[in-house]
Design a protein around this ligand. Structure first.
Ligand code: HXC
Length: 519
């Protein structure tokens, strides 16, 4: 072969690899409303930035007739490229080759880029669309999964790991995405479950569809497994690009500080009247968030799950921040099992990747009742407490209204090493609300008053007395638990100035192997 022929051979091989499992299977993939592995990468990465590795890899299996059937790339496209000019590593499972099922060599390809992502300190994005373990390869495939799991674990807290689920993801295969930081699913074309509908029917007799068992909606609203839902794959891939714009490349870097045209000292008069005077009236805390962040823009994480707490990425003065906010619009913003778990994981992610935390507090306490107690609210609530207490990133807290009881301590209070704690004049920082407090403190006396009118008058008087003492931020400010009471309309400026001041913060944890967060 002369050099021209050799080059021709290379080009032909590349073309062949790009066809994956063949044009027919590509067509079938498109008919399902899905893109191919390479088409997905093209949308995800900056144009022309993708460098593919291991295009010429094929499987080594000689059982069940596989010695006669093999495809270049072996069902997964791997390599690196850039997103907004920053390096990322990516693998994209190719459903057109043996249903994207995982073989020994397939796993080795993924492990290779995971190892390199760790060496250079760059995020890893996995696009999942697979029938699971390649059945013909048996135990080698299981070993391949475990190799990936181990790398997911080692990479946790070192580089951001993002999983997109664009098709089936079942059995033990779900655990690689579950070990990563964020899971994104597409509506109607993706599903995740440990055991599918058929097994559920056999074992428990339950009759349930694939969508109802593990579709995007279920994982976004009920299980909390998925962090983001996209209408289609293109939207999902663009969401991943957006998500990365808030994240550093690795745990040793600061998150990307960008210029902003939004004035730092922007005053928002609307904030002065946004919180209703009546502490029992709801409002939407995302209205507060959008008024204080750069360009009114934020990216909510798990927006459909545990809606009584909002977790979101935003920029303030060009700096990425993680925002945690009680949401009075749902369940009065109470802390319960799901909201505690949701916020705890978010706080820990931000802390691992040097993203400052901005906490907006309006919390009436923990949700009472046997359902919560039997479900272990003690342990789950402790997760959020632990996460805040352990976090060493800059922590700025603003109490907007209620901050009652144990929930007050949990929500990034001063004593959990909150760095700068502000309160609005509407804040009420107390052990509990006035009604509850009077019931406890005055219960015996109240029961002795027989005349209903006199009783009501006595209760009202005592509630007023309690409110005057505690339904304000000044009692807490008196002790220095609140650093300053601020005018709501200045909140954006005050938070950004606080974050700038704290930018050089250094706080260490005592030496230990690792902490033992109540899991
Ligand atoms: C080998 C597989 C495969 C697999 C699919 N294919 N799954 N080949 N191993 N696990 C092949 C099919 O033979 C077919 O080949 C092509 O991929 C497309 O599959 P279809 O069934 O035609 O597609 P579809 O109707 O869309 O159904 C997709 C599917 C189904 C729901 C994923 O294929 C399926 O149920 N597959 C088996 C899933 C499974 O049981 N996996 C093992 C689970 S255990 P042709 O040549 O016709 O194109 C597991 C353990 C992991 O994963 C443990 C980790 C710790």
């Amino acid at each position: 072969m002369n050099s021209q022929e050799k080059i021709k051979e290379l080009i032909e091989k590349r073309e062949l690899a790009k066809q994956g499992g063949g044009l027919k299977r590509i067509e079938s993939q498109h008919q399902k409303g899905k893109l191919t592995a390479r088409e997905r990468i093209e949308i995800l990465l900056d144009e022309g930035s993708f460098e593919e590795y291991d295009m010429f890899v094929t499987h080594r299996c000689t059982d069940f007739g596989l010695e006669k059937e093999s495809y270049l790339s072996d069902g997964v496209v791997t390599g690196h490229g850039t997103i907004d000019g920053r390096v990322v590593y990516v693998f994209s499972q190719d459903f057109t080759v043996f249903g994207g099922s995982l073989s020994e060599t397939f796993a080795q390809k993924i492990c290779k880029i995971m190892d390199q992502a760790m060496k250079v300190g760059a995020p890893l994005i996995g696009i999942n669309d697979s029938g699971g373990a390649r059945i013909q390869e048996g135990v080698k495939s299981l070993a391949g999964y475990a190799e990936i799991f181990e790398r997911n674990i080692m990479a946790s807290g070192v580089i951001p790991q993002i999983s997109a689920i664009f098709g089936p993801c079942a059995g033990g295969a779900v655990y690689s995405p579950a070990l990563t930081d964020f899971i994104l699913m597409t509506e109607s074309t993706s599903y995740m479950f440990v055991t599918g509908p058929k097994v559920a029917k056999t074992v428990t007799g339950e009759n349930i569809s694939t969508e109802d068992l593990g579709g995007a909606e279920v994982h976004a609203t009920k299980s909390g497994v998925s962090h983001f839902v996209a209408e289609d794959e293109e939207e999902g891939l663009l969401m991943i690009r957006k998500l990365l714009s808030y994240l550093p490349q690795n745990n040793l870097e600061e998150p990307p500080l960008g210029p902003t045209d939004d004035p730092i000292e922007r005053i928002e008069d609307a904030l002065n009247d946004l919180v209703p005077v009546d502490p029992n009236k709801p409002y939407d805390v995302t209205d507060v968030i959008q008024l204080i962040v750069d360009d009114h823009e934020f990216l909510e994480v798990q927006s459909k799950y545990a809606k009584n707490i909002v977790t979101a990425f935003a920029k303030m003065g060009g700096m990425p921040v993680g925002i945690v906010a009680n949401q009075p619009k749902f369940l009065a913003g109470v802390l319960d099992i799901n909201s505690s778990r949701k916020a705890a994981r978010f706080v820990r992610f931000c802390d691992a990747f040097n993203i400052p935390l901005v906490t907006l507090v309006d919390v009436p306490g923990f949700l009472p009742g046997s359902a919560q107690e039997y479900g272990g609210i003690i342990i789950h609530g402790a997760k959020l407490l632990f996460a805040y207490g352990e976090a060493t990133v800059p922590k700025v807290t603003v109490t907007l209204r209620k901050s009652y009881g144990g929930a007050h301590d949990v929500m990034s209070s001063k004593q959990l090493r909150g760095d700068i704690n502000y309160a609005w004049p509407s804040a009420e920082i107390a052990v509990m609300g006035a009604t509850g407090a009077v019931e406890v403190l005055e219960g015996r006396k109240i029961s002795q008053i027989e005349d209903p009118e006199e009783k009501a008058k006595y209760i009202a008087e005592k509630e007023k007395e309690y409110k005057n003492k505690f339904a304000n931020p000044y009692e807490a400010a008196k002790y220095g638990y609140i650093d300053d009471v601020i005018e709501p309309r200045n909140t954006r400026f005050r938070i950004i100035r606080a974050l700038k001041t704290l930018a050089t913060k250094k706080e260490l944890l005592p030496p230990k192997k690792h902490s033992n967060i109540p899991l």
